[in-house]
Write a protein that binds this ligand. Structure first.
Ligand code: IPD
Length: 264
């Protein structure tokens, strides 16, 4: 078994266990534990509990690896591999009872930043839908035993594209202006509220592309690998105080990046 495949098996197991815990807690009722940088930037007790569980499981399976979690930050390791984890991506959906939320787990080699990392394995689990997307570098991206492929060409009617809005309210006007620029090359635009799932859906061919400024590593590490292993491309620009991520099949990426990277 390759290292990537070994890490993928761990990612699948902990994403499933963590996501199932989140779904059980949802059934018991959810309270917002804290509001962080903005009204939409919230944390629930379940986010913390799920992250602690995943960290504990990984510490047993791979004691020398580092860990970077949305809620608890970075814990350095010595192996060169870091686990990048979002216990509940789409926490606002989760708190409001909208099923579009996911547990995202990636194992990356190198510094755990998108400019420097090589993502070796990833799992994005949508517990409310019972769907677990997973990939290992060089071994393809998969959902329920089905190999995933991005939509290569969106077709004449245009692409179905998703986006998200970061938490920094001072940039929302710019984000909305960019949406206006993407509309002419799109069939329609979605804002579903869970970036890891949006990107996984690009890998699965359910969406043609996705873009967002200001995403954090845990929002997209695992899903980026799904897209590249499904034949798509990831463009990451960190030349701005709010880095831009765009993902799509090869035909759409160029036009999408041209539309969204043009500063307003
Ligand atoms: C958020 C979601 C949302 C995106 C935000 C993310 P969180 O993650 O992915 O769709 O627009 O930028 O921070 O905070 O729910 O884990």
């Amino acid at each position: 078994m390759t290292l990537a495949a070994e890490l993928e098996a761990i990612a699948i197991a902990v994403a499933r266990e963590g996501g199932d815990l989140a779904r059980r807690r949802r059934g018991e009722g959810v309270a917002i534990a804290a509001t962080k940088s903005a009204l939409a930037d919230i944390v629930t007790e379940a986010d913390r509990e799920v992250e602690a569980l995943i960290r504990e499981r990984i510490a047993v399976a791979r004691p020398d690896d580092g860990f970077l979690g949305e809620e608890d930050g970075i814990h350095a390791g010595t192996s060169g591999i870091t686990w990048v984890v979002d216990p509940i991506d789409g926490t606002v959906n989760y708190a409001f009872g909208i099923p579009a939320y996911a547990t995202s787990v990636a194992a990356v080699m190198g510094s755990p930043t998108p400019e420097a990392w090589e993502v070796l394995a990833g799992a994005v689990y949508s517990p409310a839908h019972g769907e677990l997307f997973h990939a290992a570098a060089g071994h393809g991206a998969w959902l329920d035993g089905r190999r995933l492929t991005v939509n290569a060409a969106p077709g004449e009617a245009g692409a179905l594209v998703a986006t998200g809005f970061g938490y920094d309210a001072t940039t929302h006007a710019a984000d909305l202006a960019v949406v206006g620029k993407v509309m002419p090359i799109a069939r329609d635009i979605r804002r579903m509220g869970a970036a890891a799932l949006d990107i996984a859906y690009v890998a699965a061919g359910r969406l043609d592309g996705f873009f967002e400024r200001g995403l954090k590593p845990w929002d997209h590490a695992a899903a980026d690998l799904l897209v590249t292993e499904a034949g798509g491309q990831v463009a990451w620009f960190d030349d701005d105080e709010r880095p831009l991520l765009a993902v799509a099949g090869p035909d759409l990426l160029g036009p999408l990046v041209a539309a969204v990277s043009d500063r307003v």
